[in-house]
Design a protein around this ligand. Structure first.
Ligand code: SF4
Length: 437
């Protein structure tokens, strides 16, 4: 009997511990926390798919060098899980690359299959390219280098791909934005670009092409705009995230009208600037809080604490609801960073209780935080940290969902459907969106 046959697959084991939690949620969270690796056959099958486009952070557990030549630039950006021994409904998940993961993507009997320790747990489909991928500007720059499409749904725009929070005393401890930009400059590939600042004219041209996508399954649902924090003048121009981003918003609205939502993700802004965003056509403003516990926020996001401070950050989130509406204020929470050693909570119970306290406080006031499972990235001060316990991720997802239902809140706007159960959501960064139904 093989080792694979002796092991109880994680999905099965945790489905027994958490009856009522869909298999899809368990597998998705395990893939997000542990990553996956691809066999040569699975990489071969990925030729021509929508590949990783490096939209802001590395979002991988292994470094580019550790994964082997070309893997990090040729692997699919995300996957659709389905079928397999648990009859999974179509569930989107980000492809987190980890060359030491127990999860492997292989091709078995002609089907792309995910195996855990050699045992099949799901089938997968790779994303195919939308029509605008491969188009080029006269200098050869590909359209997808300007704006990648994530989950077949999000136009993901990094207007400023660096962060002015710099070094150990300012950079968020889970974040590799500045490291990643340095690494990108060493890579080559059609879809890789390391420009720190997006060209407005090109950005609008690509969005125009995206708006003409003929395949409804690849239609952009939303425009997500994000970047690193800005605390001083960028190339002699704007010295804050509002003034820096507003010209982009105005140009997008001029080209596309109001049809598509714009989610603007910046560091916390004064409320008058949130109003300016709204008036220009931004439909959501998300100032990512990252972690609820105040002491942990101060340690884990030292730049945010230094330039703005926890109390101001939380107060502005609540104030922004009156400007953007419920669902229009959705700070990201890095799910699991509550347990980051040596500062975090020691037990799952304490960590979940803290996360839940945050959900309760924020949702009661109309703020709808959203979760992104912590990916322990190689270029961060937390590189090499052990994975977050799966129990935490499942319990935090449940706490998020139950609190969201309790306050009868809308989905966090612009990220697609939430709460419809497996097979409905498109957001691939957390299992919390696949609960319900
Ligand atoms: S504010 Fe923190 S999370 Fe955001 S880009 Fe800067 S270092 Fe990264």
């Amino acid at each position: 009997m093989t080792t694979a046959a002796l092991r109880v697959p994680t999905v099965q084991d945790y489905a027994r511990r958490y009856p009522g939690v869909p298999h899809e949620v368990i597998l998705k969270e395990d893939l997000l926390r542990l990553g996956i690796r691809f066999t040569p056959a699975a990489m071969e099958a990925a030729r021509g798919c929508r590949t990783q486009a490096y939209y802001l952070f590395s979002y991988n557990i292994s470094s580019h060098a550790d994964m082997g030549e070309g893997v990090s630039t040729a692997a699919p950006e995300d996957l659709i899980l389905h079928g397999g021994p648990y009859g999974l409904k179509r569930t989107r998940v980000r492809a987190v690359l980890n060359h030491e993961s127990p999860y492997v993507v292989d091709v078995i009997d002609g089907r792309i299959t995910i195996l855990e320790h050699g045992a099949p747990v799901a089938e997968a489909t790779y994303p195919t390219k939308p029509a605008y991928y491969g188009r080029t500007f006269p200098d050869g720059l590909h359209y997808e280098q300007v704006i990648p499409l994530l989950y077949d749904s999000y136009a993901f725009i990094t207007t400023f791909r660096a962060c002015h929070y710099w070094g150990d005393k300012e950079e968020c401890r889970f974040c590799d934005i500045n490291y990643n930009l340095r690494e990108l400059r060493k890579l080559t590939g059609d879809h890789v670009t390391a420009d720190a600042i997006k060209d407005k004219g090109r950005l609008v041209e690509v969005l125009g092409a995206m708006a003409e996508e003929p395949d409804p399954s690849k239609r952009m649902l939303t425009i997500l705009m994000t970047g690193g924090s800005i605390v001083r003048s960028v190339k002699g121009g704007a010295d804050n995230a509002t003034d820096f981003n507003l010209p982009y918003v105005e140009a997008i609205r001029e080209r596309l009208g109001r049809r598509i939502p714009i989610v603007m993700i910046t560091e916390s802004q004064p409320i008058e600037n949130v109003r300016r965003f709204r008036d220009a056509g931004v439909t959501s403003h998300n100032a990512n809080l990252e972690v609820w516990d105040k002491r942990l926020f101060q340690i884990i996001a030292p730049g945010k604490e230094k330039y703005i401070g926890y109390d101001t950050w939380v107060r502005r989130l609540v104030e922004a609801v009156a400007v953007m509406g419920e669902g229009g204020v959705s700070p990201n929470m890095v799910s699991g960073v509550e347990m980051a050693k040596p500062w975090g909570f020691d037990t799952v119970k304490e960590a979940v209780a803290s996360a839940q306290e945050g959900f309760e406080y924020l949702m009661e006031r109309g703020v709808v935080p959203h979760l992104d499972t912590w990916c322990v990235e190689p270029g961060t001060t937390l590189a090499g940290h052990p994975p977050v316990p799966l129990d935490f991720l499942i319990q935090a997802d449940l706490a998020w969902y139950e609190t969201w239902r309790k306050y009868k809140l809308p989905p966090f706007a612009g990220y697609g459907p939430v709460g419809g159960g497996p097979g409905v959501a498109v957001y691939g960064n957390t299992g919390s969106v696949d609960l319900g139904g």
